[in-house]
Design a protein around this ligand. Structure first.
Ligand code: COA
Length: 244
């Protein structure tokens, strides 16, 4: 008798409702579309996440390595009840957010990865995934952790999250924080922006393909090393190079 091992190893995912796409006007005046990404699109996203695995700045490395693993696990049916949203500007990837449904009441926020900095693209994508937890999945609370001080400012402080330190979070067993429905409702007027429905053309552009980020996070030049350089004690050469 043959045994179908794959059917035993696979997650048995519950069907999750769709996320209604939304559009947010960025400070630059560009519309950013946030929409659900399907499992089939994961191979288009992975290379842009992989590029940040060695980006040793603001914890991009830790988060990118974990996101890579989660998305690959989801792609290969090894991650239970995961969803994935992408933020795109003119098709180009600006942020990736994911999470999962634990049960009917509780959501688990996994990660937020900003691929274009300085525009709160990550913060808007995080707000969209919280909308998904509360408005589509019907959760009463979402368990959250921050891996970086920027993340701590964005989630714990801006949303005034409650401590749930007795619950180890799925991300490394760290003490959890909670975004309750009441806290989220209070944030709706300020932190949750954007509109629906997304215009036909805008949505079609976003759905057509996930294009590479236009300005992904880059390592800063080592100004400290430059100041030690024998012939460039002021770092002028490096500064000039970055301004080209
Ligand atoms: C946390 C994160 C999602 C927030 O995304 P965001 O809302 O789009 O915010 P940005 O990254 O653009 O900006 C964050 C800070 O970096 C600064 N910043 C902006 N552009 C920058 C740049 N090019 N280089 C370095 N820092 C920059 C901003 O001043 C901002 O400071 P503020 O918090 O005082 O406003 C994003 O920083 C990120 O992906 N970080 C790495 C992974 C991570 O920590 N994820 C969260 C896990 S909890």
């Amino acid at each position: 008798m043959s045994v179908d091992v794959e059917s035993i190893l696979r997650t048995v995912d519950h069907e999750l409702p769709p996320f209604p796409p939304k559009v947010i006007m960025l400070a630059t005046g560009e519309p950013m579309v946030i929409r659900q990404a399907s499992r089939d699109e994961i191979p288009d996203i992975l290379p842009h996440v992989e590029a940040l695995i060695h980006h040793d700045r603001d914890f991009y490395d830790v988060v990118a390595a974990r996101v890579y693993s989660e998305l690959l696990g989801h792609f290969k049916h090894r991650y239970q009840d995961q969803y994935l949203l992408v933020a795109q500007c003119d098709g180009h990837l600006a942020a990736v957010v994911n999470g999962r449904a634990v049960d009917a009441k509780t959501g688990m926020s996994l990660h937020t990865l900003g691929l274009r900095r300085g525009l709160r693209a990550g913060a808007h994508a995080f707000a969209a995934k919280m909308e998904y937890h509360f408005d589509q999945l019907g959760h009463q609370e979402v368990l959250i952790v921050a891996e970086s001080p920027i993340g701590f400012r964005r989630w714990m402080i801006e949303y005034k999250l409650e401590k749930r330190f007795e619950i180890p979070h799925e991300l490394g067993g760290c003490p959890s924080w909670s975004l309750t429905r009441a806290l989220f409702d209070r944030a709706r007027g300020s932190l949750v922006v954007g509109s629906r429905p997304v215009g036909k053309e805008l949505l079609a552009k976003a759905m057509a393909a996930i294009l590479p980020p236009t300005d992904p996070p880059k390592m800063a030049p080592d100004f400290l090393a430059a100041t030690r350089a024998r012939y460039d004690s002021t770092g002028t050469a490096i500064i000039a190079r970055t301004q080209k």
